[in-house]
Write a protein that binds this ligand. Structure first.
Ligand code: SF4
Length: 419
């Protein structure tokens, strides 16, 4: 396995100085800047108080209307195209299988996570509903319209799952319940299962229980950072943000108790400065608890406090993707794997023939997340190009073909034996 890549290769694929991983020291976020008083807490939007009319498409040159959940929700561009309320095509994808509904308020998210396009520090430059998030725009849509369209499609809905994504806001817990009730009033949760992407900072165990009783199927906690130190640096005191590792784990353990095995999980972003050994140890811990990990490849989101940092080198990402799949779905344990002095995977703990078969199946390299209707290890939440440009795909939102697998093998430095 090589540590250095020749200079001049695709900058998206390589770490600083040609390293094939992103070390902790390099991945230091910028400090957030002061926000002008008039822009704080959605001040401009609330003062103008312009009423929304139907669907709102992000436009950075006008003041956004005063939109609020539970009446309004935002959704990814892929979901808006699939729902038929936005025009567009996605490279090699017909649609997305997950309808993600993001709570929205003029005040926006009150947290300041360093890698996130929705973070509070962006109040200075962009209204909440206009902010890019996982590389795309998020149109705002009346919740009633969303429910009507999906209910009308019934069993023909392209969506295999719906996910309510909470943000850090004082009304987020209450409004998640309202959005969930609006949905289940017209759509059977056994036809389109529901996930909750939670915001532990404002939640109690009773909130987790309530969401379960109201029909949600899977509960996830976005740990995002793989270690307590990285969590604090990117989501806690390091960036004047309110989250704590301890509180996130409390709610994750509540979800394990209430939702049960295979019905809870954690989001983890790979390449923010943790070692491969650290992130895979966390993956193992989640499996041992009965849960799953949903992985994202770090991408420097424009406007975020980490937008000056390198995307995760593809080599590091592929090693972690493959090893995570083996731990989550193939019964391999992290302690059967071998790691080098930088914590990089050196041996996957599986005989070569079996490993080749897993690589060839390609599923390990698809986007990971809550399952849909195809298979337990195929995520409904395919997030097309949410963690990379289409020119250098990190998480494949479709089944990788032969060419894709050749690229993946090169990135893994595991060539197919000649036979
Ligand atoms: S809590 Fe979530 S939405 Fe808010 S800044 Fe952090 S990652 Fe972004």
């Amino acid at each position: 396995m090589s540590c250095l890549k020749p200079e001049g290769m695709d900058p998206v694929a390589n770490g600083k100085g040609g390293l094939d991983y992103n070390p902790f020291d390099v991945m230091q976020p910028r400090a957030p800047e002061q926000i002008p008083a008039e822009a704080r807490n959605g001040g401009r939007v609330k003062q103008a108080d312009q009423a929304p009319e139907g669907v709102y498409r992000p436009d950075y040159n006008i003041l956004t209307p005063n939109m609020r959940s539970p009446d309004y929700v935002q959704m990814s561009t892929a979901a808006a195209i699939t729902l038929g309320i936005a025009q567009g095509k996605m490279l090699r994808c017909e649609c997305t299988r997950c309808l993600n509904l993001l709570l929205t308020y003029p005040e926006g998210c009150r947290a300041n996570c360093a890698y996130c396009g929705l973070a509070r520090h962006r109040e200075a430059e962009r209204d909440y509903a206009d902010r890019n998030f996982i590389r795309v725009d998020w149109p705002a849509v009346p919740m009633a319209e969303v429910v009507d369209i999906v209910a009308r499609d019934g069993g023909n809905s392209p969506f295999h799952r719906m996910c309510i994504s909470m943000i850090t806001h004082p009304n987020s817990d209450e409004d998640t319940v309202s959005v969930l009730k609006k949905w289940t009033s017209k759509i059977d949760p056994s036809a389109i299962p529901i996930s909750i992407l939670s915001n532990p900072t404002t939640m109690t165990r009773q909130d987790v229980q309530t969401l379960h009783e109201l029909g949600s199927d899977i509960f996830t906690v976005a740990l995002d950072a793989a270690t307590p130190g990285l969590f604090d640096r990117t989501r806690g005191k390091g960036v004047q943000s309110p989250h704590s590792w301890k509180k996130y784990w409390e709610i994750l353990e509540d979800a394990r108790d209430i939702f049960g095995p295979k019905k809870f999980g954690a989001h983890i972003i790979v390449g923010m400065g943790e070692t491969e050994h650290e992130v895979l140890t966390l993956v193992q811990q989640l499996v041992d608890m009965g849960g799953h990990s949903h992985m994202f490849c770090f991408f420097p989101e424009k406007g975020s406090l980490m937008d000056h940092l390198p995307a995760t080198p593809r080599d590091q990402w592929r090693r972690v993707q493959l090893a995570r799949y083996l731990i989550d779905y193939c019964g391999v344990r992290v302690d059967q794997m071998k790691f080098d002095e930088h914590g990089r995977v050196d041996d996957y703990g599986m005989p070569k023939g079996e490993l080749d078969a897993i690589i060839n199946a390609g599923i390990a390299f698809r986007t990971s997340g809550c399952p849909g209707k195809f298979a337990d290890d195929i995520s409904a939440c395919d997030r097309p190009y949410g963690d990379s440009p289409p020119s250098n795909i990190a998480s494949y939102p479709f089944q990788p073909n032969g060419n894709d697998l050749r690229t993946i093998r090169k990135q893994l430095d595991i060539r197919k034996p000649a036979n």
